[in-house]
Design a protein around this ligand. Sequence first.
Ligand SMILES: O=C(O)CCC(=O)C(=O)O
Ligand SMILES: [Fe+2]
Length: 272
Amino acid sequence: MKNQLTDQQIAYYRDNGFLVIENFLDAEELERWRQTTEEAVEQRLASRKPVVDDWDLTNQGDPDNFYAQVFKQCIKLANTHAGMRELMFDPRLGEMAGTLAGVDGIRIWHDQALFKPPFGNPTAWHLDNPYWSFDSREAISIWVALDDATLANGCMWYIPGSHKTATWENVGIGMNMGELFKVYPQWREIEPVACPCPAGSAVFHSGMVAHGAGANMTNKPRRAMTCGYMPDGSVFNGKKNVLPNDYFRSLKVGDPLNNDEINPLIWSRSQA
Ligand SMILES: O=C(O)CCC(=O)C(=O)O
Ligand SMILES: [Fe+2]
């Protein structure tokens, strides 16, 4: 795993809101990530049990609706698959996320497999952190390509620097690619950047950067394994998102989100 970050990479991330690390995983690691992710997704679907009370298995309802054809989305696979837990709890990932974001501790918000199906729909432009149950400009995600991500099959795209002017206004991932630009018309002037990358590459992105992905024009899936991270010390903002019902009901706005079962601390500078 290419987990050492240069000052130049950190500066690029802070300036643009995303960073591609090509060939982040070596061939053996990539094979393990692929097998683990495939198995965890298969088990989840076979179990027919949602991982968080009212989330359906893939958060997509009718398999023929538009969103279901954006991606097969399975969240919190680390909760139900030991091998995935090992991959996701790797403190090296936490250290990279924390170093890029410039924070002292990293908790898992949620992992998710995102498989864009053959001939799948595009992922409309959106921000991540405004969906989540804490507000943080330092929220960050890792997106690991399990297949070559290309312009043809729906690689990631970013609006560079948009994380600097984003507020918490957002749109859903709907049918219209450009909804987000009604909210942030100033970003229409910025040239979007495509991030094609070979399988095993990682893309880190800020929870506040505008991003999306194109349609999958190919007859094969475009698979990615991802994880959203919450800086340690973040507090509850009143949104449910993926919080379990009981825990959600126990929280008041402003409470620290520091439950180690629900949001495991995978790295902290003081304990490293
Ligand atoms: O994989 C995709 O198409 C979108 C991924 C995404 O939005 C994310 O990882 O935050
Ligand atoms: Fe996203």
